[in-house]
Design a protein around this ligand. Structure first.
Ligand SMILES: [Zn+2]
Ligand SMILES: [Zn+2]
Length: 271
């Protein structure tokens, strides 16, 4: 049987809407065997979506408390989602998700996943309207995410497609999009094989497929990559959202097993 586990989740310590304990109770009620909360690491400048440096040890301590309180019901892990441009952390987490949320251009950090309006305006203002130059800049950053974040797995590999449902802004089969994406995939899998299949934007942004897209998932499988199912949950209701469909998609792309985190590290289970 496929175990329900999720290690990509946010709380009121960063940009989630519920406390750690409420998220843990939601995970238990859904039948999660193991659950991790991955607070956004501080960016080194004020943000409304990251933990603060002061809050990091409070978060870790709260997760330790919950781990003891709910022992026997669920296995808990304090994790961190580290952005490419996050300066890193002095605290010790059980695991790290490596993610890119920004493109750096002309000295500015451009948020890739803020809103569709912001993304469209940045393409116009910083890339002369060339959306493929924008997506290439994103994947050039992604290609180095392992060196920058030392992750246990890669977060939302093709986040740049967040607002591109139905090919609204660019053609995901166009080589100008696909080539840099595949090059980034190749660079990453030299160093880190484990990528999440992330259903978060299916729940929150009306997307019909998870990250990465089927084309990229197939390429990942061909490169010997591995997957872990994530719901990138910002509320309890979304934990495990569409995992059945994500597993089915993974199987159709050639994957025969997925990974999950245990007290003994990452282990595989049959899909
Ligand atoms: Zn993220
Ligand atoms: Zn996240």
């Amino acid at each position: 049987m496929t175990p329900l586990t999720n290690f990509h989740a946010h709380t009121t310590f960063d940009d989630g809407t519920e406390s750690c304990e409420a998220m843990v109770e939601a995970a238990i009620s859904k039948g999660c065997a193991a659950f991790g909360i991955s607070g956004h690491a501080p960016m080194g400048f004020p943000t409304r979506w990251c933990m603060t440096r002061e809050n990091e040890p409070v978060f870790i301590e709260e997760m330790r408390r919950l781990k003891e309180k709910y022992a026997g019901q669920i296995v808990l892990f304090p994790g961190v989602e580290r952005d490419f441009y996050s300066p890193g952390t002095v605290y010790s987490y059980d695991y790290v998700i490596g993610s890119v949320h920004y493109i750096k251009k002309d000295g500015a950090l451009l948020s890739v996943d803020d809103t569709e309006k912001v993304q469209t305006e940045d393409v116009r203002r910083y890339f002369g309207g060339d959306v493929y130059a924008y997506t290439r800049a994103y994947y050039e950053t992604v290609a180095d995410v392992v060196q920058k974040t030392s992750p246990d797995f890669i977060g939302h590999f093709d986040l740049v497609t967040k607002f591109n449902e139905g090919g609204k802004h660019f053609d995901e089969t166009d080589p100008r999009y696909l080539r840099p994406a595949l090059e980034a995939l190749a660079a990453i899998t030299e160093k880190q094989k484990l990528f999440e299949i992330n259903t978060g934007a299916m729940y929150r942004a009306g997307r019909t497929v998870p990250y990465p897209s089927p084309v990229l998932l197939k390429a990942l499988c061909e490169r010997g990559g591995e997957i872990i199912l994530s719901s990138d949950s910002h509320d309890g209701a979304s934990i495990g959202y569409k995992f059945g469909a994500a597993a089915e998609l993974a199987r159709s792309c050639g994957f025969t097993y997925a990974m999950t985190l245990t007290d003994k590290g990452f282990v595989g289970y049959k899909l």
